[in-house]
Design a protein around this ligand. Structure first.
Ligand code: SF4
Length: 289
């Protein structure tokens, strides 16, 4: 697939941006709900608030203590850029507890989720908002795969394609804000339908246990066909995310500062590729070709 910068003529700007079509709406039945400060409507998902009830609070406390454990464990790392088994266990447990938090908030508000195994339409997005600790554990889960080099090449290609779209959007939409241009770049990228390199042949995630929070929290209540690129901005499309509490995001940022030795980027593919290069240089020199 050609990169956007190689296209001979610029794409016509599409119709109204999804954020114009779907302004944030009050969510019914979210009594005493809360939203993270400064939340924005990002392409293409709406952000749902979480409930302030005992179960949510308990799960958030558990998530926080697992992250504290991950920080503590990071000090025991003998090889920076290589997580200890206890760090990986803490992150796995964190993801599991987040799953419980997600399910609680979905069922407590009677939201119907239409996502299912093998439906991989959302795996054509450029994956962003990934944490350094997640990238570390993700990389560890694929490090011994025979196709590691080709996976990293695919990550590099995706990053270059996305950069091309960002440049395209800067030139084409000069009057838009940087965050809206970023959303438009994500939208154009999604239109290209490039599957994530970690997607398995049966349409399921090939790194399911290690997939990052951002993949876990992305859900749809509308029919799967609304997640197709041509329908994602339809008024009937309902794609949403339920992020953990703001306090968890703050704790995550601290964990990231403690473990980032390779120049983590919130883009999954760029960060993985950087970590791969960093490890080849500093930790696994025998892998260097
Ligand atoms: S990591 Fe897994 S869930 Fe996330 S986009 Fe890739 S294949 Fe999909």
């Amino acid at each position: 697939m050609s990169s956007p910068s190689s296209k001979s003529s610029p794409r016509k700007p599409k119709g109204p941006h999804p954020s114009d079509l779907h302004p944030p709406q009050p969510v019914v039945a979210w009594n005493d709900a809360r939203l993270p400060a400064g939340w924005e409507w990002d392409f293409p998902a709406r952000l749902l608030p979480t409930r302030r009830d005992e179960t949510s609070e308990g799960l958030s406390t558990r998530m926080d203590s697992l992250l504290v454990e991950a920080i503590r464990e990071s000090y025991a790392q003998t090889k920076p850029g290589s997580p200890t088994p206890a760090m990986r266990e803490a992150v796995e447990a964190f993801h599991e507890v987040y799953g419980q938090f997600l399910h609680h908030n979905i069922s407590a508000n009677s939201i119907h989720v239409s996502c299912g195994r093998g439906c991989s339409r959302c795996c054509h997005h450029f994956v962003t908002s990934v944490h350094a600790i997640e990238v570390l554990c993700f990389y560890e889960s694929i490090r011994e795969r025979n196709d590691l080099e080709s996976l990293m090449e695919a990550c590099k290609k995706r990053t270059e394609d996305f950069e091309g779209w960002k440049e395209f959007c800067e030139e084409t939409y000069p009057d838009q804000t940087p965050s809206k241009r970023e959303d438009l770049a994500l939208e154009h990228y999604y239109d290209e339908r490039n599957p994530c390199p970690f997607l398995a042949g049966d349409g399921a995630c090939g790194v399911y246990q290690a997939r990052p929070l951002t993949c876990r929290m992305y859900l749809a209540s509308s029919a799967p066909s609304f997640c197709e690129a041509e329908n994602i901005t339809d008024l009937d499309a309902d794609v949403f995310t339920i992020p953990p509490d703001e306090s968890i995001a703050e704790r995550m940022a601290r964990v990231d500062r403690a473990v980032d030795f390779w120049g983590h980027s919130p883009d999954l593919y760029r960060s993985l590729q950087r970590l791969h290069e960093w490890r080849k240089r500093w930790l696994d020199p025998a892998q260097e070709t």
